[in-house]
Write a protein that binds this ligand. Sequence first.
Ligand SMILES: [Zn+2]
Length: 221
Amino acid sequence: MGARWASRDGDRRIGRRALLVGGAAVAAGTAVLARDELSGLWWRAPGVAKPRKEGEVDYAGARWVAASDSNWRRADRPDDYGIDMVIVHVTQGSFAGAVRAFQNPAHQAATHYIVGRDGRVTQMIRELDVAYHAGNRSYNERSIGIEHEGFVDRPEDFTDAMYAASARLTAGICARYDIPVDREHIIGHVEVPGTDHTDPGPHWDWDRYLRLVRRAATKPA
Ligand SMILES: [Zn+2]
């Protein structure tokens, strides 16, 4: 957190204290009722971090492998930063190579998810946290990053299984955060302002991908 954020955080802290005092008064009177009523929402109380469990994933089809915590920043999205974007990447290497890179503290970058050519999905950073993947602070704070195993100049790497799995994953993200399924909100790394990255490249079939995301979105989870 730089000085830029200090005053905003300061304001928020005052609000938290006021709210917590009010909440304590209510809880003292009707503790059981309050706990039941709040059980699904208690983490929305300011100053209370959402619960995390080691190995827990945000997408049921994903397997968890933790990224090094040098490659992401702890946050409390979507409460502190709204999430309104999915950013598509291509690894320029193997699935295993990407997992190793994101586990490496010196890498200084990682996405939330990696999708393999065979359609497997690994989650390495929780969606509530900010992953360093876009090379742009505000885009990192507002987005979920998905890597796809392969090379931008090898269209055969983008398999049916990969498109289908990634589309299901993105459909779930869009549903969770109410993100419109369109090219304004589902973008490539290449479209992030200030980036020198070209992924996912000209062979990534955006029409097909968006069609699959929309189709997955209409199916019950
Ligand atoms: Zn990228």
